[in-house]
Design a binder for this molecule. Structure first.
Ligand code: URA
Length: 232
């Protein structure tokens, strides 16, 4: 089969992104760097590596929940060499974060090698609720909470309605539920109402919750949780 198809089937990336990987010299077949996307490989006998790591076609789908600590990035390879969420995962198959959390955000992060599910969960039209606990520098007023519920203009586009519940007043702790996954959305929405986020943690994605999972630890999702995500 063609090399880009092999890479896509090995869950490395989409076919188009796989072509880019090939063009940029990151893929080798039997130890030789290959830069032509049409190259044919035999999945039974050829050894294909991406960035020096062997990749294989695997049918097994893996679904994991990580309690991401702060101080690590959600990208697999960070250009500044910072710690990555992948450093907390001890699984041989390549899996990838579903969406992202900021370097300084902790909490629930899903990882999988199921590209289709990732696509569906991160696509804006699916709008899955995500719940965060934030410590902020002042208590939101009724008017602030109303603004959240009406959606807030960010970068020229109004967010979907979002919810604030005050959990505690010292320090001011609020629970925020949003429906999209725009870049730094919670922090920006809070900034827009004049609240600074001091700490941010994602506690739930849809009905999946962190529960008692310790920071830096991960667990495989249950069959029920996987079925739930697929039905969303
Ligand atoms: N919103 C943010 O501001 N940061 C995150 O990491 C996630 C949501």
């Amino acid at each position: 089969m063609r090399l880009q198809k092999f890479l896509a089937m090995a869950q490395v990336a989409s076919r188009r992104k796989s072509e880019e990987l090939i063009f940029s010299g990151r893929v080798s077949v039997n130890g030789r760097t290959v830069t032509e996307a049409g190259t044919k490989v035999d999945s039974a006998s050829d050894t294909v590596c991406v960035d020096g790591r062997e990749v294989n076609i695997c049918d097994e789908r893996i679904y994991v929940m990580l309690h991401k600590p702060t101080g690590c990035v959600t990208t697999v390879n960070d250009q500044f060499g910072r710690k990555s969420v992948m450093d907390y995962i001890d699984i041989e198959e390549r899996i990838y974060p579903v969406g992202r959390l900021d370097y300084d955000t902790s909490g629930l992060l899903l990882l999988t090698n199921d590209g289709e599910l990732t696509y569906r969960l991160t696509h804006p039209k699916h709008n899955i609720d995500k719940t965060y606990i934030a410590i902020v520098d002042r208590e939101p007023t009724e008017a602030d909470i109303k603004r959240f519920s009406e959606g807030i203009m960010l970068d020229g586009r109004r967010t979907a309605p979002a919810r604030i519940d005050i959990v505690d007043t010292d320090p001011v702790t609020i629970e925020i539920t949003i429906h999209e996954g725009r870049n730094r959305q919670v922090r920006k929405m809070c900034e827009a109402i004049g609240c600074r986020v001091l700490r941010l943690k994602r506690t739930a994605v849809g009905e999946l919750t962190l529960g008692g999972l310790k920071k830096g630890k991960y667990r495989h999702l249950t069959e029920r949780e996987i079925a739930y995500l697929k039905e969303l």
